[in-house]
Design a protein around this ligand. Structure first.
Ligand code: ADP
Ligand code: 5GP
Length: 186
């Protein structure tokens, strides 16, 4: 009997508005990847649904999960807590599935420490102006929240060199194909 191969763990990070969610949505279409759904204490926005976009938690529930060691990583991002549930990810990997984590730079560093074989892909916007346009165009945050996210983008982009791969999301499908080929060839 052949032994089951462990799946690949793929970390996707980048500043808010760079297009991570849009890219991941495309990657998921061919059924080659599983997306880890994170827990967050942030409130749902727009069409977001429990268990589809996030598992929405109260700060108390989130704290309990930290105490139970239920997270592969967790971090405070824009004043809310976000964390990757450990059990789901490790189960999928052991079943030979490729798992995508769409997480921030602090979380990525934690995962890489514990799981050095993880692939790290950083998504960059074509320019700062376009990043701001995309954040505004998404229409899901207030101008104050946009300013906070845009303000943090520079700090986040300083982490890009720690990532094995950097992909500029200019034309969406070109970026998606580039990422597919990075994953397949690694
Ligand atoms: P993130 O998940 O990184 O915060 P999103 O995926 O929500 O970013 O994308 C932010 C906005 O930019 C969305 O309105 C999305 O439709 C748009 N967008 C994403 N990628 C592109 C692209 N390549 N060209 C034009 N618009 C894009
Ligand atoms: P948003 O509020 O736009 O959904 O996400 C804000 C930021 O939190 C994004 O940079 C996203 O990648 C990050 N994020 C989402 N889930 C997690 C997680 O489980 N852990 C960490 N560390 N960051 C996350």
């Amino acid at each position: 009997m052949s032994e089951q191969k462990t799946g690949k763990l793929i970390i996707i990070s980048g500043p808010s508005g760079a297009g991570k969610g849009t890219i991941v949505e495309q990657l998921l279409k061919d059924g080659s990847y599983e997306l880890s759904i994170s827990c967050t204490t942030r409130k749902p926005r727009g069409q977001e649904r429990e268990g589809v976009n996030y598992f929405f938690k109260t700060p108390e529930q989130f704290r309990k999960m930290i105490d139970e060691n239920a997270f592969l990583e967790y971090a405070d991002v824009f004043g809310c807590c976000y964390g990757t549930p450990k059990e789901y990810v490790l189960n999928k990997l052991s079943q030979g599935k490729n798992v995508i984590l769409e997480i921030d730079v602090q979380g990525a560093v934690q995962v890489k420490e514990n799981y050095p074989q993880a692939m790290m892909i950083f998504i960059l916007p074509p320019s700062e102006e376009i990043l701001l346009e995309r954040l505004r165009g998404r229409g899901t945050e207030t101008e104050e929240q946009i300013a906070k996210r845009f303000g943090k983008a520079k700090t986040e982009m300083a982490y890009a060199d720690r990532y094995g791969y950097k992909v500029v999301n200019d034309d969406l499908m070109t970026a998606v194909e580039e990422i597919r080929s990075i994953i397949q060839n690694s």
